[in-house]
Design a protein. Structure first.
Length: 688
């Protein structure tokens, strides 16, 4: 039996009307979800999907992924878009291609388990708004977390796709935990739950071609449901893995339209179409139609997004994934977090710490949210531990994981780490063994009472239930109770052109220093863009007055040695937050903990404050140890606190961090409110 026994060859020239193949490879397009989530920080706007929607509907995709994952969060938070409206709008253009969404099981589209009443309501609304296929995964592959959502998928007669998160403990498939038996066992569990298809979800691009082949073979032999492969390009192996998977008989492959392809995204569809041309697995796609879609994307859409693409490296392949087996998004989060904390020189230590933390926490797969949990804990350990004490600053999420709130880990959590994490844990010091959501009280009624009339329907209420702080803010924008900040507005092609012209001029040395005296006052509409060209960084301010955007200033900043992404010995600290010659933008909230190369926090002069208590005459200042968004204060002015007690919950890197009081005393002043963005070193409150 040859290794490509599933593919029969018939050499032929390209022909739009070629005969249908015996067993065409089915293709799901991810451009409108995973594509822009991977490359453009999930900032894709609905208006930029419409120009290609009807054409994409003609391609013959098995499905298009249009929703889920980070889209729900990003849309309401950064784009001022109603996530539910996207499904309904796109449905008007996609008349025949089914919609798929990425569902984080009991985490829905958030980062931790929600109570069953919220999960059921979310599923009702997702089905009724138009989602057809539910690609469902649990970060721990603990399918007890599927128990609430799957019956809903079945109730609406939708397609339940069960995922197995693909992860490794060594550089190849095998070893004690993640071997062929593990994946076959998981596939059988999914089949027993009624999976209509089974997906290998290789979020980090770890699957190598010669592991793909036996893996797909084994799964095809073990279960009847179609097998779907989702393998990110990050490491560069996925096109090869696709081919070996096809030879092994995989049913469905995930790709992107080429402008949304490669880097940490997915392989492009066009090379796959040509590769399979004339074979028994020919996709049958019209390559001219694909080219037409790409042309529209290139001309009308991509210019608005290219500033979000991380071009700090020439290479489209992340060698670190091959070396460290960590997802690309997780690495860029770590780099961003370390950079913002002036600690980028610690990246090597973090790389060393990651596998240790992962092992301590039960060898969990690294995927949202576990990748962030492991990543930020590794950063905490490197930055805050002393030789005498490990895990000196344990995040709330790690405590929850140790308690069992995410589910069962592949192997037991290190008992000492677990004990330390649960020492003062609010839920108790004894870990649970039941399905985590069983511990969660119903929430919708309380949320409804809390948000009141601001939530007009269930869709609104769910936005608030899932994201209480930013969701409430969005509803205030939606119903005109508050003006949305300029930062959430769409960028126009005219703005892009003006920005590019300015950068060109600056590079040619033709840029005249901005004369702030002669220009009009900057307005609240001023938006800043960070533009990176080679090793130079331009801060461009664009002010929209009376409908037409006016460029206010462009500030060129030379980076010291570029942006160090890879581990570099004692990397110079980036002088990023330099004060521009003109006043900084109006105090619109800087994007908190943006998941990708978003703008750095407002360019205020860097405060060198250490996270240590800063005592002064009027008391002890509690400062933000990292940039982030205030979720809530646990104390109010006048309350007494003892050192170590939680005062503030700060969201950073999508994680909620409970910040302890640096000293005992009375809260004298509180400087921020829920939803405010803070920079590292900002004084959060004063204890006297
Ligand atoms: Co993905």
């Amino acid at each position: 039996m040859s290794d490509h026994d599933q593919v029969k060859m018939t050499p032929m020239n390209y022909d739009v009307n070629r005969p249908k193949a015996e067993n065409p490879v089915k293709v799901m397009d991810l451009s409108l979800r995973d594509g822009h989530q991977s490359l453009f920080a999930t900032r894709g706007r609905t208006e930029d999907m419409i120009p290609v929607a009807e054409l994409m509907d003609q391609v013959g995709f098995w499905a298009v992924e249009t929703w889920g994952g980070a889209t729900f969060d990003t849309m309401h938070r950064f784009l001022n878009e109603d996530p539910w409206e996207r499904i309904r709008t796109l449905k008007r253009y996609f008349k025949k291609t089914p919609f798929s969404m990425l569902l984080r099981a009991q985490n829905l589209v958030g980062y931790s388990n929600y109570p069953d009443d919220v999960a059921r309501a979310f599923m009702d609304r997702s089905c009724e708004n138009g989602i057809d296929i539910f690609r469902t995964f649990d970060a721990l592959n603990d399918y007890r977390n599927f128990q609430t959502v799957v019956p809903k998928i079945k109730e609406y007669k939708k397609h339940f796709q069960g995922c197995i998160c693909y992860t490794l403990t060594e550089s190849r498939l095998g070893g004690e935990v993640y071997n062929l038996d593990y994946y076959v066992k998981k596939a059988k569990e999914l089949e027993a739950m009624g999976a209509d298809s089974i997906c290998i979800k290789d979020m980090a691009g770890l699957l190598s071609p010669y592991d793909a082949y036996p893996l797909i073979k084994a799964l095809k032999a073990a279960v009847k449901a179609p097998i779907h492969l989702h393998s990110h390009f990050t490491s560069g192996m996925s096109p090869m893995s696709h081919l070996k998977a096809i030879e092994a008989g995989v049913d469905i492959i995930d790709t992107c339209m080429s402008p949304y392809a490669y880097r940490t995204s997915h392989a492009a569809v066009e090379p796959l179409v040509m590769t399979l041309l004339g074979t028994s697995r020919d996709t049958g796609f019209n390559i001219h139609l694909l080219a037409k879609i790409n042309e529209i994307l290139e001309k009308e859409v991509m210019p608005k997004y290219k500033h979000l693409l991380d071009t700090s490296k020439m290479s489209v392949i992340d060698i670190n994934v091959l070396l460290h087996q960590t997802p690309g998004g997780m690495l860029s989060n770590l780099v961003n977090q370390l950079r913002e904390m002036d600690a980028l020189d610690k990246i090597d230590d973090v790389y060393k710490e990651l596998p240790k933390v992962r092992k301590d926490l039960g060898q969990i797969p690294l995927v949202t949210p576990t990748s962030q949990i492991v990543g930020s804990q590794a950063v905490n350990n490197v930055l805050f531990d002393s030789p005498g004490e490990r895990y000196s600053k344990i995040s709330d999420q790690v405590k929850a994981l140790c308690f069992g709130m995410y589910g069962k880990t592949a192997v037991p959590i290190d008992p000492e780490v677990q004990k330390k994490a649960l020492q003062h844990y609010e839920r108790g010091s004894e870990p649970i063994t039941c399905r985590p959501a069983e511990l969660l009280e119903p929430m919708l009624e309380k949320d409804k009472a809390a948000i009141g009339d601001l939530a007009v329907d269930m869709d609104d209420l769910l936005i608030y239930a899932l994201f209480p702080v930013t969701g409430k803010k969005f509803l205030q924008w939606k119903y005109g109770k508050e003006d949305p900040p300029a930062s959430v507005k769409a960028i126009t092609l005219e703005e892009v052109k003006k920005r590019d012209d300015l950068v060109k001029k600056a590079l040619a040395g033709e840029l005249v220093e901005p004369k702030t005296v002669s220009g009009p006052e900057k307005t609240d509409n001023l938006r800043k863009f960070n533009v990176f060209v080679d090793n130079e960084y331009f801060e461009v301010g664009v002010d929209e007055v009376g409908g037409s955007p006016v460029i206010r200033y462009a500030q060129q900043i030379q980076l010291a040695g570029g942006i160090p992404m890879a581990p570099v010995a004692a990397a110079p600290v980036m002088p990023m937050p330099m004060a521009p010659p003109v006043a900084p933008a109006p105090p619109v909230a800087a994007a908190p903990a943006a998941p990708a190369p978003a703008a750095p926090a407002a360019p205020a002069p860097e405060k060198k404050a250490e996270p240590a208590p800063a005592a002064s005459g009027s008391g002890t200042s509690m400062v933000a140890p990292m940039p982030g968004m205030i979720v809530k204060y646990e104390k109010k002015v006048g309350d007494t606190v003892s050192a170590g007690e939680t005062v503030v919950v700060l969201e950073a890197m999508k994680m909620e961090n409970a910040l302890p009081a640096p000293a005992s005393g009375t809260i004298k002043a509180i400087n921020y409110g829920s939803g405010d963005s803070v920079a590292k070193g900002d004084v959060l409150c004063t204890i006297g």
